[in-house]
Ligand binder design. Structure first.
Ligand code: GLV
Length: 308
């Protein structure tokens, strides 16, 4: 038996070492170096090119190496095996920390101080009491819930929009299409954590982005394709949107000639808001391989029909 390993452009060397340390008797192939596909029983992968998984005839499970499984949407057919999500507390913590940093950046007007410094201009800038600074979360799953909780513990006014009504502590919830406009119209910062699915592709289009108040900021840490690229550019160019913090893009690595690199209202990070480190995430992965070998169900499972 063998484990097939692939982690897209981020490389799988650290995963290889971590897996080898925990499962010293297993053969591990790093894609594309797979001498015999029939040997592959477990595919521990992220962003693997389409068609590769179905060509492993003895696959028993697909174990995702990242939080998002949207790369599977590119497959025309997948083997009928469980797909296991990766939930790594460290990644969730790091994504939360990323959001706290950027929300504080705009709340305390560090963007303005950077401009002032460039002009040797010494001037304090006022900011409202924290409970009046409004942050909205789009996508209230494991990651969104943690971000919302941390912001609200600090005192920000936190809201979220969800498809269907549910309970949430300390967060004002808006639900369904009917309340989307009201949610957007009451924000200083919007944080997008929606998974990329057929429904969310291009969800933040020009019409929806314009529902944000003038000067609002957008932070995108889920997938680039949830925001319509041209619409984003247009609301930034017109000055309707105050700024965008973009960690994710439809095409990654972001091509050097992409407009966002040089836009004065854009801050870019290279898909780094929460990096999955093998050293912390490998435990869950190995536990699931062992569960399957014992004939038990792995968890948590990825629901292909929902796309997360
Ligand atoms: C990264 O975006 C991931 O899916 O873990």
């Amino acid at each position: 038996m063998a484990i097939l390993l692939y982690n897209g452009e981020f490389g799988a060397d650290d995963w290889y070492l971590a897996l080898q340390a925990q499962l010293p008797d297993e053969t591990i192939y790093i894609y594309p170096d797979v001498p015999d596909k029939a040997e592959v029983e477990f595919a521990a992968v992220w962003n693997i090119p389409p068609g590769e998984l179905i060509s492993c005839p003895n696959l028993r499970a697909i174990l995702l190496l990242g939080a998002g499984g949207d790369f599977l949407m590119r497959e025309t057919s997948l083997p009928p095996v469980p797909i296991v999500r990766l939930v790594d507390e460290t990644v969730v913590f790091d994504m939360t920390q990323y959001c706290l940093y950027w929300v504080a950046h705009y709340y305390r007007r560090f963007d303005r101080y950077a401009l002032n410094q460039a002009n040797s201009h010494w001037q304090r800038v006022e900011y409202p009491p924290i409970e009046r600074y409004r942050v909205g979360i789009l996508g209230l799953g494991t990651i969104g819930t943690q971000i919302a909780g941390a912001l609200s513990t600090l005192g920000y006014s936190v809201s979220a929009w969800v498809q269907t009504q549910r309970d949430a502590k300390q967060i004002k919830l808006y639900s369904g299409a009917g309340q989307f406009q009201e949610f957007m119209a009451n924000l200083d910062v919007l944080i997008n954590v929606l998974p990329l699915t057929n429904e969310t592709h291009g969800f933040l289009d020009i019409e929806r982005l314009k529902m944000l108040p003038k000067e609002a900021k957008v932070i995108n840490i889920s997938r680039g394709a949830v925001i319509d690229d041209e619409a984003l550019r247009s609301v930034l160019d017109s000055g309707h949107l105050g700024a965008a913090v973009l960690d994710v893009f439809d095409q990654e690595p972001l091509p050097p000639d992409h407009w966002a690199w040089r836009h004065p209202r854009v801050c870019i990070t290279p898909h780094a808001s929460g990096q999955t480190y093998a050293r912390s995430a490998v435990k869950g992965l190995v536990a699931n391989i062992q569960r399957i070998k014992r004939g038990e169900q792995p968890f948590p499972l990825y629901d292909q029909s929902k796309g997360y």
